[in-house]
Design a protein around this ligand. Structure first.
Ligand code: ADP
Ligand code: ASP
Ligand code: MG
Length: 236
């Protein structure tokens, strides 16, 4: 289950996400959750760095940006544990997500999910901070804007998840951005190539790179609402 920034935008929403995750855990034995930074946190952090200098150091920018996702992960773990369910939050590096040496838009080079698997065996809900990994210099890096989608898809691939659910502020993928075009129609099922084409044309609903990875490893994705209980769009 991946929850985007709008789904964890405030404490009430984080509590809503906790309920959704707990309900999923009641039905399925092993649940892994990926979270984004809340609301506009990432944009605000970038702005703060740019208030200091036009060209912030890219390593330090990644240190800064990675904090947004870590806040969401820890708050969600606190919310789930307060409801009596066992959970643990992990940074990208703790989750074993390895990335190349390019800051601010690193590529995932490999995943060693031992820690995730160990914690799942202890019956915990594992919450991973999206959008981040560790590079060969032991630095935290970020995976490009929208990179929590990539974290979710890559973890689903390596953990051989039944499905990668992307929870967001729309109830699926439409033939146009439903916020711009109210008469847009919802698509029930779409291929990797079709969604890649839409992403290439600017539809931000899924990060393009995450779809490339989903296609390569044949990860089934459902894009759905984090606020409404209804089927979303299947990407397969
Ligand atoms: P999240 O914060 O959950 O990652 P994003 O803002 O990245 O969410 O993506 C969801 C947004 O994508 C929606 O609010 C919607 O405005 C936009 N969007 C653009 N094109 C489409 C489309 N074709 N179908 C659905 N949503 C779209
Ligand atoms: N917080 C990051 C961003 O705003 C990653 C994500 O939301 O997927 O780009
Ligand atoms: Mg997104």
């Amino acid at each position: 289950m991946k929850f985007g920034g709008s789904s964890v935008a405030d404490i009430t929403k984080i509590k809503n996400v906790a309920n959704r995750v707990i309900n999923k855990k009641k039905k399925y034995h092993r649940v892994v959750v990926v979270v984004s930074a809340s609301g506009d946190t990432t944009d605000e952090l970038i702005e703060q760095a740019h208030e200091i200098t036009d060209m912030p150091d890219s390593r330090e920018l990644d240190m800064l940006l990675a904090t947004g996702e870590q806040i969401s992960a820890a708050l969600l773990a606190i919310a789930i544990k307060s409801r009596g369910y066992n959970a643990i939050s992990l940074t990208g590096p703790q989750a074993g997500i390895y990335a190349d040496g390019s800051y601010t838009k690193a590529r995932i080079t490999g995943i060693k999910p031992q820690k995730i698997v160990e914690e799942l065996k202890k019956n915990k809900i594992v919450i991973v901070a999206g959008f981040q990994g560790i590079n060969p210099y032991n630095d935290i890096t970020t995976l490009g804007r929208g990179g929590s989608d990539l974290t979710a898809v890559a973890l689903a691939a390596v953990l051989k998840a039944d499905i990668c659910e992307i929870y967001t502020d729309v109830d699926g993928i439409y033939n146009a951005d439903p916020r711009v075009c109210p008469c847009a129609g919802k698509i029930l099922k779409i291929s990797y190539d079709e969604i890649l084409e839409m992403a290439g044309a600017g539809a931000q609903v899924m990060q393009a790179r995450s779809i490339e990875v989903a296609k390569k490893f044949n990860v089934k994705i459902e894009v759905k609402s984090s606020f409404l209980n209804k089927p979303g769009t299947i990407i397969s």
